[in-house]
Design a protein around this ligand. Structure first.
Ligand code: VGL
Ligand code: ZN
Length: 209
């Protein structure tokens, strides 16, 4: 693998309080990713953060449908897993984990901000047609390859990685700098989807971090 240069970007996915222990949609051991991502970030000239950012009553919230978290509903754009209310715009839960030290990060891409469309992916919303602008941003800045890490491996990280491939980027998953939710086979499916899309799976050690 070629060395990291200005043609690379680190995409840090959803390192937010609500995805860490004590948060509304806590990912087991999620906080463990924070120091790892801080370390990786130092090697990159280009760092981008994604931030899950939902309005009250968002369509992905179980409470919106009077259902229980982790059930699913069929929406116009397909099957939607229902989540506890999380990452409410402007809330403490939506803030980045206080340990995140990526002061040099250049852009924060917010997603899931439209009431009726979720967005796991940092590139394209769940309707699979509405772009967030991230691909254009990266391309215009000369980025050809992205490294992806963060939370949760089987949802927002995986969808971001696969869509990165769909948008024509080389994609490297730093797998040990991620943690998964793992509900109803989601982790196994996410790994298979990333493999099929040509995402390169590797870890901190192999990359020299
Ligand atoms: C995520 C479920 C709902 C994630 C976001 O960041 O993986 N998962 N919203
Ligand atoms: Zn969400």
């Amino acid at each position: 693998m070629r060395g990291i240069s200005a043609r690379d970007a680190l995409v840090v996915v959803d390192l937010q309080n609500d995805f860490c222990p004590g948060g509304a949609l806590a990912v087991a051991d999620g906080q463990a990713v924070v120091p790892l991502v801080n370390r990786i970030g130092q090697a990159f000239e280009n760092v981008v953060l994604t931030q899950d950012w939902h309005p009250p009553g968002h369509i992905s919230f179980a409470s919106t449908h009077g259902r229980a978290p982790f059930e699913t509903v069929e929406l116009a754009y397909g099957t939607q897993v229902l989540w506890p209310d999380h990452c409410l715009q402007g809330s403490e839960g939506a803030a980045f984990h206080p340990g995140v030290d990526l002061r040099g990060a250049q852009t924060i891409v917010r997603k899931g901000f439209r009431h009726s469309v979720d967005s796991y992916s940092g590139f394209v919303e769940a309707d699979r047609t509405s772009p967030t602008g991230l691909a254009g941003y990266l391309r215009e800045r000369g980025v050809e390859r992205i490294f992806v890490a963060g939370l949760a491996l089987d949802f927002c990280v995986a969808w971001t990685a696969v869509d990165g491939r769909n948008k024509g980027f080389e994609v490297v998953l730093v797998e040990d700098a991620c943690r998964a939710i793992d509900v109803a086979g989601s982790l196994e499916r996410a790994i298979a989807d990333m493999e099929a899309a040509g995402v390169i799976r590797t870890g901190m050690g192999a990359l020299g971090f």
